[in-house]
Design a protein around this ligand. Structure first.
Ligand SMILES: O=C(O)/C=C/C(=O)CC(=O)CC(=O)O
Ligand code: CA
Ligand code: MG
Length: 392
């Protein structure tokens, strides 16, 4: 038997207990929970087949009462003796995509980001579109190209046409960018014809991850009118390996900014809280920006309510992105197109001047939040290296 050491300043104390899917050499992928610098094999420790699954979906589908019961049981378990063969050093495991992603929707919930992108993409129009303060604007993304942290990203090729070009050309994106976001995962769904009111959010949302919505700005700028982003973002979306349960984020709840005009009733509820999550973006090891989630205009509960108000089903494994997180300050902008103002203001990255991403660059987004025990809890990171475009 083993007592798992939990350093006092660990971001993975008993107030966190994030779930992930891991394997060790030659063994099947299964569900684990992170405690300090260790991973506890839940299939072995709890002797429950739902954790022998290669994704969290079966467990997530069981619903809030089971999530609460299992979390309480894990907290008991890991503060006592755990069977040796159920405990692995985090450095000895391979992490896998934690969920089978059902639908993926990405929102646009940061007023700072939406205003900045409006200025950059539509310099002759008002920065915010007239609908922006009335509904959480979003677009449907591509669930089959959601990948876990550590997966290399191949630079996409596509059509692009600068305003000064006479005709579009085809080739590798010249303006490859990131978007630092949080992703929220639906555990218990709702049927077609139903809807999820803001106050029902916690019965449906299982937890949160860090999300990088890779964006090819040149492909996007040419294709997106009037239907929104398609190939400029569908080539890859990265998420972190650890899913922080919604219960662990209770200490991080903060009011959302005042919403003016008052949203329609279906977007109002007592659970319209935001979350005090601090992100940090490393570019080749240099921290270049620190986006604060706390200032996001639209709450996660409002985004899920909006997604389902028309009777669209919600499914176990649905992923919805918050949208790029940008604060009011330049060093809080969550995308490089904003940080470098469309490439006009390069930033120093490990001694080199950068605007957009160069092949071989490595991007890592990390995040922490206040935990229930007075310290902080961590989401880990979403990290990836960018490889050159395919040439064939
Ligand atoms: O304003 C635009 O035309 C484009 C905005 C984005 O590319 C951002 C997007 O994907 C939504 C977000 O992350 O906030
Ligand atoms: Ca996005
Ligand atoms: Mg802690």
């Amino acid at each position: 038997m083993t007592v798992i050491p939990i350093p006092a300043d660990s971001l993975f104390g008993v107030d966190n207990l994030p779930y992930g899917v891991f394997s060790t050499d030659g063994t099947p992928a299964r569900v684990g929970v992170r405690v300090g610098d260790h991973v506890v094999d839940l299939a072995a420790a709890l002797d429950d087949a739902v954790f022998a699954e290669p994704t969290l979906n079966a467990f997530m589908a069981e619903g809030r009462a089971r999530w609460d019961a299992v979390r309480a049981r894990i907290a008991d378990l890991v503060t006592g003796d755990v069977a040796d063969d159920a405990v692995h050093a985090v450095t000895d495991v391979t992490m896998h995509l934690p969920i089978a992603v059902a639908d993926y929707v990405d929102f646009y919930a940061s007023e700072n980001h939406a205003s900045n992108l409006g200025r950059l993409f539509r310099p002759d129009a008002e920065p915010l579109m007239p609908n922006w303060k009335h509904l959480p604007v979003g677009y449907h993304g591509r669930s089959s190209t959601v990948v876990v942290s550590g997966t290399d990203i191949v630079r996409p090729s596509g059509q692009r046409k600068a305003p000064t070009d006479a005709e579009p050309t085809f080739g590798p994106s010249l303006r490859l960018d990131i978007e630092a976001e949080m992703g929220f995962i639906v555990g218990a769904g709702s049927p077609m014809g139903g809807s999820i009111a803001p106050d029902e959010f916690a019965d449906h949302c299982f937890g949160a991850v860090i999300l990088n919505d890779w964006s090819a700005r040149d492909i996007q700028a040419w294709e997106y009118v009037p239907l929104g982003p398609n190939l400029g973002k569908s080539f890859a979306t990265s998420i972190s390996a650890w899913v922080v349960p919604l219960q662990a984020l209770e200490a991080a709840r903060v009011p959302t900014p005042a919403q003016d005009p008052t949203p329609l009733p279906y977007l109002r509820g007592d659970q319209d809280w935001g979350l005090d999550i601090d992100l940090a973006v490393e570019w080749n090891g240099d921290t270049v920006t620190r986006p604060p989630y706390a200032g996001m205009y639209w709450s996660p509960a409002q985004m899920l309510a909006h997604t389902t108000v028309n009777g669209a089903a919600a499914s176990t494994g649905d992923l919805f992105g918050s949208g790029t997180i940008s604060g009011t300050e330049k060093n809080q902008r969550g995308a490089f197109i904003e940080l470098t103002w469309g490439g006009a203001e390069p930033v120093d990255v490990a001694g080199e001047q950068r605007t957009f991403i160069v092949d071989g660059d490595e991007i890592a987004i990390s995040a922490t939040a206040p935990g229930a025990n007075g310290g902080r809890i961590g989401f880990g990171e979403v990290r990836a290296r960018v490889l050159p475009a395919h040439t064939d």
